[in-house]
Design a protein around this ligand. Structure first.
Ligand code: ADP
Ligand code: MG
Length: 333
């Protein structure tokens, strides 16, 4: 097999190629955070699906069923937000082993329901089956007017690369999740991993801004995810390592544990913040308006430049000799 075509992303590329001719004009298929199905007129349906597999994405003993239910929906709402879409409905398919009891199932649903109610997203269907391990597959549907849909392919040289929140907290939480937290900082990191915040309202708001040229969510780590924007847009990026937003909680825990917080911020996944490319002359106004709306920043971390789709990691403008890689299921061997 062609080396480039193996690994998780190689496999997805193969599927995309095989089915490309069946994708109707105007629709967006594989390759973005969600698929876009035009409904005629101005509106489109956005569809996304994500799977959480026991012992791959979560450890049953480490995460409460309530958090797991919440997270199962959160990661899907995050993909809709990344497209600028308003969530409209979700579907829950779940495989359950015989040793999962009624209390677990009830708590799982409570967590799922809590987030459904928060954003008024009805659960409209799904499927249930027996399985050897817990397997959760959620599909979420959203809507957006065509011109508000944000893709990965719109980044242009000069654009400011921004993220909507801290990076690396979830990766820190993953490292800590099997121990009892020793302080509030550790609790925060574990919560970031078990109960990620989907940037739903922020995504819809950013969808309305023409200055946002490209957007996606950070699920595999910015090293991997920004790459997708670069590949789809045919551009390169320079990222300032010292500008990556790292929470004080992660900084303190990293010092205590001897971790490299910067590396966790770059390569750690599952922060579910939004990653976007913004027209440079519009950035200041956009950031100010975003701040008035949400009380926080669009953190600028670098810029889009011309070139092959690679990320230059810089400190003070000087390119560093580092190679970072985000998370990927079944890496090429
Ligand atoms: P995300 O992290 O945003 O959920 P993924 O990395 O999981 O995105 O997937 C990237 C793209 O590949 C998406 O468009 C997704 O729909 C598509 N994809 C992933 N796995 C498959 C598959 N088995 N069949 C078809 N499309 C897939
Ligand atoms: Mg995504």
């Amino acid at each position: 097999m062609n080396r480039k075509k193996s690994g998780e992303f190689g496999w997805i590329a193969q599927i995309r190629e095989r089915f490309a001719s069946l994708v109707p004009a105007g629709a967006v298929g594989i390759g973005d955070d969600g698929a876009v199905i035009p409904l005629g007129g101005d509106r489109s349906t956005i569809v996304t699906t994500d799977m959480l597999v026991e012992d791959v994405h979560f450890v049953r003993a480490a995460i409460s069923p309530r958090d797991l239910g919440h997270k199962s929906l959160a990661v899907n709402l995050s993909d809709l937000a990344a497209m600028g879409a308003e969530p409209a409905a979700s579907f829950l398919s779940i495989g359950l082993p015989g040793d999962v009891d009624e209390a677990w199932k009830d708590s799982f649903l409570s967590g799922y329901q809590e987030l459904s109610s928060k954003f008024n997203v009805p659960l409209l269907g799904g499927d249930t089956a027996a399985a050897d391990k817990i397997v959760i597959s959620v599909t979420a549907l959203g809507t957006a007017p065509g011109e508000r849909i944000k893709r990965r392919n719109g980044a242009r040289p000069g654009d400011v690369v921004c993220v909507t929140g801290p990076l690396g907290d979830s990766a820190g939480g993953l490292l800590l999740q099997s121990q009892t937290p020793e302080n509030e900082d550790e609790k925060r990191l574990i919560a970031a991993h078990h109960r990620p915040k989907p940037y739903v309202r922020e995504g819809v708001w950013l969808g309305r801004q023409p200055a946002v040229h490209a957007m996606m969510d950070v699920s595999d780590g910015i090293a991997s995810d920004l790459h997708h924007i670069l590949e789809e847009s045919g551009v390169a990026a320079r990222i300032e390592l010292d500008r990556l937003p790292i929470s004080n909680a992660l900084r303190r825990v990293a010092v205590a544990k001897g971790w490299d917080a910067g590396k966790l911020a770059v390569t750690g996944g599952e922060d579910y913040v939004l990653l976007l490319a913004v027209q440079p002359d519009a950035y200041d106004d956009l950031n100010q308006n975003y701040n008035s709306e949400f009380g926080t920043e669009l953190f600028p971390v670098g810029e889009i430049v011309t070139g092959d789709p690679v990320i230059e990691w810089c400190r003070g403008g000087i390119v560093q000799e580092v190679e970072y890689r985000g998370f990927e299921h079944f890496f090429e061997k």
